[in-house]
Structures are given as C-alpha cells and as structure tokens.
Design a protein around this ligand. Structure first.
Ligand SMILES: O=C(O)c1cc(C(=O)O)c2c(n1)C(=O)C(=O)c1cc(C(=O)O)[nH]c1-2
Length: 250
C-alpha cells in the first residue's frame, strides 16, 4: 500500500523539514544582504519601506480571509489577535500599520506617500495579491500553514534592530518600533500556526503538501525582493527601456 511505502514523518521530523526551508527565506536575498551590510542608499531603503507597506496593509486582509473560511470558533478566537496586532485595537494599542507609517516617516516618507501606494511596484503587488488570494481560496489550514515563514522572521527583525542603528544613523531609532514589536508577536503567532500545521497535516502526502505551501509563501517573499532589487539596485524599474507614452508620433 502507498501508505506503507510512505509513512508519515514523525512530528519532530516534519517540524525539522519545515524549519529547513529557512535556506529559502528572503533574509538571504541579495537586497536584504546589502541592507544588512549597510550598503543601501536612503532612496533604496525608502523604496523597500514603501513597497513593504503594501504587504503590511494586506496581512490583516489575508487574516480576515482565513477567519472567514474557518468554521472552528476556537481557531477564530485565537487568529483574530493577528488582525488586532496590525490594525490596532478599538482603544489603546495602535498596531503594526501605524508603526510602519512611523517607520516610513523616520525614513523620510510622508504617510500620504505610503497610503497612496504610488511607489508599489507591479510585481510586488502581484506577489502580495497572490498570497491574499491563496488565503481567500484555500482551506483555512493550508492558509495557516502559509504563514509559517514567520518561523524565520524574528531573526530578520533582530538583524534590522542590530544593523540599522549602526549603518543608517539618519533613521530615527524610534522608527524601528515595528521590528521590536514583531519579535514577540511573530514568536507567539508562529507557535500557534506551527501547532495547527503539525497536528492537522498528518499523512505523508499532507505533510509534503505543507512543505509545498511553505515554499509558495517563500516564493512570494523572494519575488517581492527580486522586484525591488531590479528596480532600485539594478536601476531597471518597469518600462525603464521604453519610450514614454506620447514620445513618438506612432
Ligand atoms: O520583515 C519581514 O521580513 C517579515 C516577514 C514576514 C514573513 O515571513 O511572512 C512577516 C513579517 N515581516 C511581518 O512583519 C508580519 O507581520 C507578518 C505576518 C505574516 C503572515 O504571513 O501572516 N508574515 C509576516
């Protein structure tokens, strides 16, 4: 029987295989490597912050889509925390979107620059939308699994907290609160997402599917960085080699 040939991995081995996907995390992307070596110009940092804002505002929409697809009240009671983390609560905490706007200001971007999304590259938009659309259409457990890149996120937030004050002294360190807050939030979120994944992807086939889902999400993050690298490092934003509209009689 197929099940005999491919028995499920133990919980430990399954977790280990999920964690081993770290090698594809966007912390290894050349754009992030430049960032962490202090090699990005203010313009390049601003480009990253403005593009990442599209991810920030899409995350709670993605989480609301997961909740909308989830009939399990206990899961929804837990998952709603993520929306509050980003949107802020009714009273009190301002939330991650507000913290990202302050990061933008610390980098020299107006709030309106970020809200207008005028700097968001088409490929970044497509990649982020693919993530949101996945959460809309997939089984809620698959969508939970796709959040597991957060396993690797604390190290990248910590790297920014360590490196930015060293290399980018022109950015007010109060602007880095977003990364500080995410250190604990990401660890808490991922503990829950990991538990759901380990307990609900049980057969080998399901476990292999979980690895594919995680790879899809890694692809989303990597593709975002590719778009930014092309536009801001290689100086090839979309249509760079194209004559502006109206420049020929055509
Ligand atoms: O700065 C980063 O590199 C990074 C990566 C990720 C990630 O791995 O998806 C998230 C975040 N930050 C983040 O701040 C965040 O709130 C977040 C939510 C999620 C998710 O998939 O639900 N990923 C991430």
């Amino acid at each position: 029987m197929a099940e005999d040939r491919n028995p499920p991995w133990s919980r430990e081995e399954f977790e280990e295989r999920l964690r081993s996907k770290q090698v594809y995390y966007h912390i290894h992307h050349p754009f992030h490597q430049r960032m962490h070596r202090g090699e990005l110009t203010p313009e390049q940092i601003r480009g990253w912050v403005a593009n990442r804002f599209y991810y920030q505002v899409s995350i709670p929409i993605k989480d609301a889509a997961i909740m909308a697809n989830c009939p399990d009240r206990e899961v929804r009671r837990s998952w709603i925390q993520r929306i509050e983390d980003h949107d802020g609560q009714m009273e009190g905490e301002e939330g991650g979107i507000e913290a990202w706007l302050r990061l933008g200001e610390a980098c020299g971007l107006d709030r309106e620059d970020l809200w207008s999304q005028q700097y968001v590259l088409p490929g970044v938009r497509f990649a982020v939308d693919a993530y949101v659309n996945f959460a809309r259409s997939a089984h809620w457990r698959d969508a939970v699994c796709s959040s597991l890149t957060e396993l690797f996120a604390p190290s990248i937030h910590q790297a920014r907290l360590d490196d930015w004050p060293k290399y980018y002294g022109w950015i007010d360190s109060a602007g880095l609160d977003y990364f500080r807050n995410r250190l604990t939030q990401a660890r808490r979120d991922v503990a829950y997402g990991l538990e759901v994944t380990l307990s609900s992807f049980q057969s080998r086939e399901e476990q292999e599917r979980a690895l594919e889902i995680l790879q899809f999400k890694l692809d989303v993050l990597w593709t975002m960085m590719d778009c930014m690298h092309l536009a801001y490092v290689m100086d090839m934003p979309p249509y760079a080699a194209t004559e502006p509209e109206g420049s020929t009689d055509g």
